[in-house]
Unconditional design. Structure first.
Length: 700
């Protein structure tokens, strides 16, 4: 039976939990979480770099703060709980332990591979002499059988360790294995025992309970299980299970649940909790610190990293070298080939089951369904764009495939009549988050605003300029294909050609603008808008065009009308971009391709995503950020709002998280002026209290 008086949790969120966020817990977060954990009832709280003292200075990844800052952050708020840090001999220095003692560090965890405990002697003895509780963490405990491990444990016990921790570094131990180790340790050792588990086989909780049932007093846990590799035993679940078994440790479970949800859950959004490699590493008892070396070997020998892990772990688990990995991989390469899991025959059967749409309605239903599926699974915002065209290739609505970005899943339709707008809008309204309609003033002269406003009631309706998307796409292509000063030929007399010409000229490109029989006044006007020397040269007629072609680096066609003249001469290292999709005849395309000239058809996806981001982020800014209010009795304005001199500027009026500066009354920002320091501090305190109130309230 468990003795609840002896059970303690060592909360390691701020140390082991720093691994998946690259050791970026700030001093502010450390103070807040330490204080909240203490108030919830925790009495042992571990902080700092995941690999312990001095790790930031040894090439293991720089933490958000230095060691002393973490010490101060924890020590400044804790009254009842003790804070501690990790120490690995060879990374940490004895002087780091002395520094920690000056900042009242209550405990230290000296971690060594279980085969190398002798390295811990000096650190353990020094920390003991400075009054700290000392834990000896026997890393990779599983590499020694129980009897051999106990022999090593007796050594650290003789050095003065107060706690000896069985460490399942790879998350590969099972409850029966844990029981075997702990039973013998409890029988042979006189110190307190601890257990630190990882969740690679999803057994961290079961192993922790087994450890407790067999004599361990201290269990390591972390909020939501955040930690290295597949994570640790989840603090919240461990507490709930203990309570279900009849053991109440006096820790506020609701507060703990809120802490994990409010502080840690946002960090886990982009963290894969159980990769296939995590599971294999757990099974093979293979430490995640060797993964980079495994990946390099896998790439070199064209092997599955999992096969390498399984084979290497049969030979070595403590110090896996590149030489060993290379030897094992070479042998595996001769006998192993990567398994092809998804057979082509099966894939064909699956694809053959997809329904083919025979109507616009069916096609639209499929696109909306796809968007909803992706949004529900990945949390992406649903956006539907409608583009107006005066030159339909077909009298029906065109519905291209959906595209995705990190934030959005985007469906689109190309229409050319008022009736098509009236048909499509009610069918997507309310099924997507945003509807963006192309309001470019095209030849159709459709009054877009009047047409669509009455048809959209539930989705957010916004407008964009399709020509600007094409111009942005063309600019990105040109500037990335040829980032230096180059000669660009732009063909076309429409707004796209004019906009691209002006944009490239402003960036220092020499632009040759072919307008056929168009007016030269347009080019003269554009040159007056460009600072510095004239960058735009007018090209009229085929004769002038042929004279310059051999000097042109990039040719951009901006019209949907095929060129009435053939282009047959190209500079050897030039590029061609069809921005209008139809600017060049088939003979020109064939001639360029045969001569090896790269010929691009514009892909507007990235430019469209950029335009959507700009519109929706502006919508959010106007809705949530910009405005005027008072915080702590001080006049404040949201960033983007004009204010009077002395108004404090915050990042958001509705959900403020930081102070940006102080308004000077003319649109500029004052930074660090002592005259307004009291105002700024009052607003900062208000925001801080607001954040604390948010943490204390939950509807989950």
């Amino acid at each position: 039976m468990l003795n609840k008086k002896n059970i303690q949790i060592l909360e390691t969120t701020l140390r082991d939990g720093s691994y998946p966020i690259h050791f970026r817990f700030t001093a502010k977060e450390t103070s807040l979480i330490c204080e909240a954990l203490e108030k919830a009832g925790f009495r042992l709280i571990e902080v700092g770099h995941g690999l312990g003292l001095n790790a930031s200075n040894c090439g293991y990844g720089a933490a958000a703060e230095d060691d002393e800052t973490y010490m101060k952050a924890a020590n400044s708020v804790l009254k009842k709980a003790k804070y501690g840090m990790f120490f690995i001999p060879g990374i940490g220095r004895l002087e780091d332990i002395k520094l920690a003692a000056k900042h009242n560090m209550g405990f230290i965890r000296v971690g060594t591979n279980v085969t190398e405990v002798e390295k811990a002697e000096k650190a353990i003895k020094l920390a003991k002499s400075l009054g700290m509780i000392v834990s000896s963490n026997l890393m990779k405990s599983y590499v020694l059988p129980p009897k051999k491990l106990v022999e090593k444990a007796k050594k650290v016990e003789s050095y003065g360790a107060d706690i000896i921790v069985l460490v399942d570094s790879a998350g590969g131990m099972t409850p029966n294995i844990v029981k075997e180790y702990i039973t013998l340790m409890r029988k042979e050792l006189h110190t307190k025992l601890g257990f630190h588990g990882h969740n690679n086989l999803q057994l961290a909780l079961a192993n922790s309970l087994t450890a407790l049932e067999n004599g361990v007093e201290i269990i390591d846990t972390s909020l939501l299980g955040i930690g290295r590799s597949a994570g640790n035993t989840p603090t919240e679940i461990f507490l709930l299970v203990l309570k279900k078994m009849g053991y109440d440790l006096g820790i506020d479970i609701n507060a703990t649940l809120d802490l994990g949800y409010k502080f840690i859950a946002p960090y886990l959004v982009n963290i894969e909790r159980l990769k296939p490699l995590h599971a294999i590493a757990g099974y093979a008892e293979f430490h995640s610190s060797f993964m980079k070396k495994v990946f390099l070997a896998a790439k070199k020998w064209n092997l599955n990293p999992r096969d390498i892990i399984l084979e290497v772990s049969k030979i070595e688990k403590v110090n896996v070298t590149e030489q060993l990995l290379d030897q094992v991989s070479r042998k595996l390469n001769q006998i192993h080939k990567r398994t092809r899991v998804f057979r082509l025959e099966a894939s064909k059967q699956i694809l053959s089951q997809d329904k083919i749409a025979f109507s616009i309605q069916e096609d639209l239903d499929r696109i909306i369904s796809d968007m909803q599926n992706i949004s529900s699974k990945l949390g992406k915002t649903k956006v539907f764009t409608i583009t107006l065209t005066s030159e339909p290739h077909d009298p029906t609505i065109i519905l291209p495939f959906t595209i995705e970005s990190d934030q959005f899943v985007i469906g689109s339709a190309e229409v050319f009549s008022k009736s098509q707008i009236s048909y499509i809008l009610p069918k997507i309204d309310g099924k997507v988050d945003f509807i963006l309609v192309d309001a470019t003033n095209k030849e159709t002269r459709i009054d877009v605003y009047k047409e669509v406003k009455s048809l959209v009631q539930r989705s957010a309706l916004k407008f964009f300029n399709g020509d600007r998307v094409l111009i942005s796409a063309g600019d990105a292509f040109v500037t990335q294909l040829s980032p230096g000063r180059s000669r660009v030929l732009v063909i076309g007399g429409n707004n796209i050609a004019k906009g691209l010409t002006l944009l490239l000229a402003e960036k220092g490109y020499d632009v040759y603008y072919f307008i056929g029989d168009g007016s030269e006044d347009i080019v003269r006007s554009m040159n007056t808008l460009v600072d510095g020397p004239e960058r735009i040269t007018i090209v009229k007629g085929e004769t002038q065009l042929k004279d310059i072609l051999e000097d042109i680096d990039i040719i951009v066609g901006c019209t949907r009308h095929k060129s009435t003249f053939p282009l047959r001469v190209f500079k050897s290292n030039s590029y061609i971009l069809d921005l209008g999709i139809g600017s060049f005849d088939s003979d020109t395309i064939k001639s360029a391709l045969r001569k090896g000239v790269p010929f691009y058809r514009v892909d507007t996806r990235s430019a469209l995503i950029g335009e959507i981001t700009r519109i929706i982020e502006t919508h959010k800014q106007l809705t949530y950020c910009i405005g005027k209010s008072k915080m702590g009795g001080v006049p404040v304005i949201g960033a983007g709002m004009m204010g009077e001199k002395g108004d404090v500027i915050v990042d958001s009026i509705t959900h403020p998280t930081k102070v940006i500066g102080v308004a000077d009354g003319t649109g500029h920002v004052i930074y660090g002026e002592s005259k307004f320091q009291k105002r700024v501090e009052r607003v900062k305190n208000y925001i801080f209290e607001l954040q604390l109130r948010h943490l204390e309230t939950t509807d989950l």
